[in-house]
Design a protein around this ligand. Structure first.
Ligand SMILES: Cc1cc2nc3c(=O)[nH]c(=O)nc-3n(C[C@H](O)[C@H](O)[C@H](O)COP(=O)(O)OP(=O)(O)OC[C@H]3O[C@@H](n4cnc5c(N)ncnc54)[C@H](O)[C@@H]3O)c2cc1C
Length: 374
């Protein structure tokens, strides 16, 4: 039964990144009166991200719950993107060509074999490919690459088209944008300019900045810096790959995510340096050197943008999605997977708002789990 138009209550959301805007749009559609508070909507980690929707090629031994959560969310992506296109009148930039993971040096090949063996044990089918087979699929891949695996189910999205579509969908659904900074969430929402926003329910979705907003989040979300580059193919240069290409180069991970407009996003470094968003020379050098080893043609591309963003990290690498206190929900801590996890996060938040059961895979993200974990 459609609940569109039913008045359910006032919802205030702190933070208008992919998570806050996705929840605002869908909550407004199901009858909530929504105010979205952010001094600069869409300017956080969601603006910087690469946009991979890649639970399988991100898989890591010991993180099986995250893999299940990500796989569940990925399944929801085509419907999420379709509904968003309809609601916003804009294309959110989903790409379905898939992903290859490749290795350059002999040591990198061993790491890739370990990943393939691990995924096979989990019954996640992957195809192993020789260098020649890879170059047949993606002629942009250079001669240093000796082998790899193909994971056609791992997708990608253009994060900036996604944010534009979410903003339009929010506006069409009647979400109110309040361009202000929240000081803390306590008896409603207190802004830094002294004003208060009253609400029946508050959702904290302020990404890496969430920990300062509520005492129960203290020490549970930290910024994890990542540098990323945006390149553009120039006339005469080799075309970019059509799939996402992930690689291990001398032990360092690097990825290239193509965009529909001939752009190529190269990422990403990872450091623990607090709230620092200045790109460094060393980070840019490493990314370019490693990416060029795999995709030699990029030497002819324009270097269009260098940026750094803050992934919202948690101690156990699982997000925090659920009820934090009476009338306070949280949806943050998505780390390196916030784009991927948007659909399952929205489904969980909507279930909680509308007193319905939360998706089974999302139970691991309950903020009430032992503090030592998350
Ligand atoms: C280099 C890099 C590459 C990445 N690549 C990928 C990828 O390929 N795939 C993937 O799934 N994920 C990726 N991520 C992770 C992804 O970007 C994040 O997990 C996701 O964007 C988090 O979304 P969010 O809405 O929680 O936070 P954000 O996008 O950071 O949004 C938080 C918002 O809260 C606002 N805010 C902060 N403090 C306050 C306050 N006090 N009051 C009001 N508003 C406030 C900010 O202005 C901001 O707009 C990447 C991240 C980085 C840095």
């Amino acid at each position: 039964m459609s609940t569109q138009g039913t008045q359910r209550g006032r919802l205030a959301i702190v933070g208008a990144g992919v998570i806050g805007m996705s929840c605002a749009w869908r909550a407004a559609e199901t009858g909530w009166s929504v105010e979205l508070i952010d001094p600069a909507p869409g300017s956080g980690s969601s603006w910087v991200a690469g946009g991979m929707l890649a639970p399988v090629t991100e898989a890591w031994p010991g993180e099986e719950e995250l893999l299940d959560l990500g796989a569940d969310s990925l399944q929801g992506w085509p419907a999420f993107a379709g509904a968003l296109a309809e609601a916003s009148g804009r294309e959110p930039g989903l790409r379905t060509e898939g992903t290859v993971v490749v290795a350059a040096a002999a040591g990198d090949r061993a790491e890739l074999d370990d990943l393939a063996d691990y995924l096979a044990k989990l019954d996640r089918a992957v195809d192993r490919l020789t260098g020649r087979e890879l170059r047949k699929l993606e002629p942009a891949i250079g001669p240093d690459v000796r082998g790899g695996i193909s994971v056609p189910g791992d997708l990608a999205v253009d994060n900036r088209l996604l944010l534009a579509a979410l903003r339009a969908a929010c506006e069409r659904a009647g979400v109110g944008f309040v361009e202000a900074t929240v000081d803390r969430v306590e008896d409603g929402v207190r802004l830094t300019d002294g004003r208060r926003v009253e609400a029946d329910v508050v959702l904290i979705a302020a990404g890496a900045h969430s920990a300062a907003l509520h005492p129960l989040l203290a020490g549970r979300v930290r910024p994890v810096k990542g540098e990323i580059l945006r390149l553009r193919q120039r006339p005469g240069a080799l075309p970019p790959p059509s799939r996402t290409v992930r690689a291990v180069v001398d032990g360092r991970p690097v990825y290239a995510v193509p965009r529909d407009d001939g752009g190529l996003v190269i990422g990403a470094t990872q450091y623990e340096t607090g709230f620092d968003t200045e790109p460094t020379v060393g980070g840019v050098r490493d990314l370019l050197r490693d990416a060029e080893r795999v995709l030699p043609g990029i030497a002819e591309y324009t270097l269009a943008e260098v940026a750094a963003g803050l992934r919202p990290g948690t101690p156990d690498n699982l997000p925090l999605i659920g009820e934090l206190a009476d009338g306070v929900l949280v949806a943050t801590g998505h780390g390196r997977n916030g784009m991927l996890l948007a659909p399952v996060t929205v489904a969980t938040v909507l279930a909680l708002l509308n007193s319905e059961p939360v998706p089974t895979t999302a139970k691991v993200a309950d903020p009430g789990r032992p503090r030592g974990k998350g």
